[in-house]
Design a protein around this ligand. Structure first.
Ligand SMILES: *Cc1c(COP(=O)(O)O)cnc(C)c1O
Length: 300
């Protein structure tokens, strides 16, 4: 990582890869490693730094305009980058019923970092990938000066290519890589960066089964076609985004006890549950090295 690419944000790249002892894996002859992307940056942890960094370069001194839900890690990371690097950020938040209400802690942090927030109704939000709808939304917010638009989750072509190094950092170090999927941008880049013979498993945290198509679309856009060996597990969303089950909560609390690692609940917990369940079902051959990407951290 050179000074130009890190924008003075001083990320810890490559992120550490550490092996842990977990009987549910070792008793089957499987090794479990944690790829600690959560340690990349204090304010822009995990894949959010990887996806934003190339977008920050592209934005130059334009206003960075982006999108997210009321608890979006991406919005928080974008707002923090704006504060640290001194450029303007605007965040469009899904849900106009939030207008005029007190900000939740996540959005309050965005605002404290200088992000201008606009709430848009859910139906418009869904259509914002349509250029005409986007123009209307931007016009409604009366933005001045040039803008650089980054889609929800930071998953545009630049964001996807920003995740290539996550794959290359793992070459020769693991046979299977597990990662949680929201928009699928991280999986799309990661899988493309792996060496032949390595494969990635994306664990969907949303319901709906649309992620494989979305990852394929993102790879087409970024690389001109499919890259690497990957698939999406749709059976571990536990009810959908930000939903949980007693089983998931018990699993995450137990994992924290066993390994002394706080487990982020929206994404990382579901990915770890998926890898553990698959191991227990005999989905991995003895001798397999599995790298679990810790894409974010649990806020205290
Ligand atoms: C955003 C996020 C993801 C999902 O990444 P996508 O590229 O949108 O699939 C996974 N884990 C954490 C902790 C995140 O914040």
């Amino acid at each position: 990582m050179n000074a130009h690419q890190d924008h003075g944000l001083r990320p810890s790249i490559p992120s550490p890869l550490t092996e842990i002892e977990d009987a549910r894996f070792t008793r089957r002859g499987i090794r479990l490693l944690l790829k600690r992307d959560d340690l990349i940056h204090q304010a822009l942890p995990g894949n959010k730094w990887r996806k934003l960094a190339p977008n920050l370069t592209a934005a130059a001194d334009r206003t960075l305009v982006t999108f997210g839900g009321a608890y979006s890690n991406h919005l928080r990371a974008a707002a923090a980058a704006g504060r640290l690097l001194g450029f303007r950020t605007v965040g469009f938040v899904r849900g106009d019923e939030l207008t005029g209400r007190p900000l939740n802690p996540s959005l309050a942090q965005c605002a404290a970092d200088g992000m201008r927030l606009h709430f848009i109704d859910r139906s418009t939000y869904r259509q914002v990938t349509d250029p005409l709808v986007l123009d209307e939304v931007l016009a409604g917010a009366a933005l001045t000066g040039p803008v650089h638009i980054v889609p929800e989750g930071g998953s545009n072509t630049l964001g996807v290519t920003g995740c290539l190094p996550l794959g290359t950092e793992l070459r020769g170090r693991a046979d299977v890589v597990g990662v949680a999927c929201g928009t699928g941008g991280t999986l799309a880049g990661l899988a493309a960066g792996l060496a032949p013979g390595q494969r990635a498993i994306g664990v969907a945290v949303l319901r709906g089964g649309f992620l494989s198509a979305e990852v394929a679309r993102l790879q087409q856009e970024a690389f001109g076609g499919p890259r690497g060996e990957w698939h999406v597990e749709d059976g571990f969303h536990c009810g959908g985004y930000a939903r949980s089950t007693p089983e998931l909560e018990a699993f995450a609390a137990d994992f924290e006890d066993r390994h002394g690692l706080p487990v982020e609940r929206l994404y990382v917990a579901k990915m770890l549950l998926a890898l553990t369940s698959l191991a227990e079902r005999g989905a991995f051959r003895p001798g397999t090295r599995i790298a679990a990407v810790i894409t974010g951290r649990r806020e205290p």
